[in-house]
Design a protein around this ligand. Structure first.
Ligand code: ADP
Length: 213
């Protein structure tokens, strides 16, 4: 769906006109205007919502999204770079104990800590990763965080020049709270990743709020 123009069928164009005139309007009500059943227009409605022409509020109904508004939102998603919104990453060495990692998470007020070895990205540890090890009754002072982290090559990361839309899509697709932003260093023909930032659900939400303010 990224950015392409969608051509709508006649019935979908009719639905757009009905919604523009009567919004908010329920699917039942739209169907009655067309002398159709609700299920007959279900796929049209999902095409229109997926392509960003209509939006649905539960228990209220469908609204038309002004297309120049949509262009503005698209502009933000495609033109804002990860470097514009990234926050300072919280990083610990893989040898750090689970206990000290939890302390770092509290002190830095973050939900994800990036784990490095000799300064380069090795893994990620989330709140729930830490909760899991704690309820397992392990000695959190004696266990290094490197044991429990999600590790390379399974880490989803980004570089600073990538657009915001890619961060959003990765967060949704992989069901994670955030993504480390890295710079690649080649040493002896091997690739190492230096963590230079983090982009998270919070930094993205904050960016949209700042635009609104
Ligand atoms: P939580 O586990 O607290 O809900 P997340 O949803 O961010 O937080 O993490 C879910 C799982 O995905 C955890 O096991 C975590 O280690 C892992 N994870 C978090 N961020 C990333 C990432 N950028 N790449 C790969 N795995 C990640």
């Amino acid at each position: 769906m990224r950015g392409e123009t969608v051509e709508f069928k006649d019935r979908q164009l009719e639905i757009i006109e009905i919604v523009k005139e009567h919004q908010p309007i329920t699917s039942e009500h739209i169907a009655s205007f067309l002398n159709l059943t609700r299920s007959a227009i279900r796929s049209d409605l999902s095409i229109l919502t997926m392509s960003g022409v209509l939006t649905a509020k539960p228990k209220v109904g469908y609204y038309y999204i002004e297309q120049d508004e949509k262009e503005k939102i698209k502009d933000v998603f495609f033109n804002v770079k990860v470097s514009d919104i990234m926050a300072i990453p919280v990083v610990v060495d893989a040898k750090t104990s689970i206990y000290d990692t939890i302390v770092a998470m509290f002190l830095e007020d973050c939900g994800t800590v990036y784990v490095t070895k000799e300064g380069y990205l090795q893994g990620v540890v989330s709140r729930k990763d830490l909760l899991k090890i704690c309820i397992g009754g392990n000695d959190t002072n004696d266990t290094p965080v490197g044991i429990i982290m999600t590790r390379m090559p399974n880490i989803i990361y980004m570089t600073a020049n990538e657009p915001l839309i890619d961060a959003v899509e990765k967060i949704i697709k992989h069901q994670i709270d955030g993504i480390p932003v890295v710079e690649e260093r080649i040493i002896d023909k091997q690739s190492f990743l230096k963590v230079i930032g983090r982009v998270s659900k919070t930094s993205i939400t904050k960016h949209f709020y700042d635009l609104y303010k």
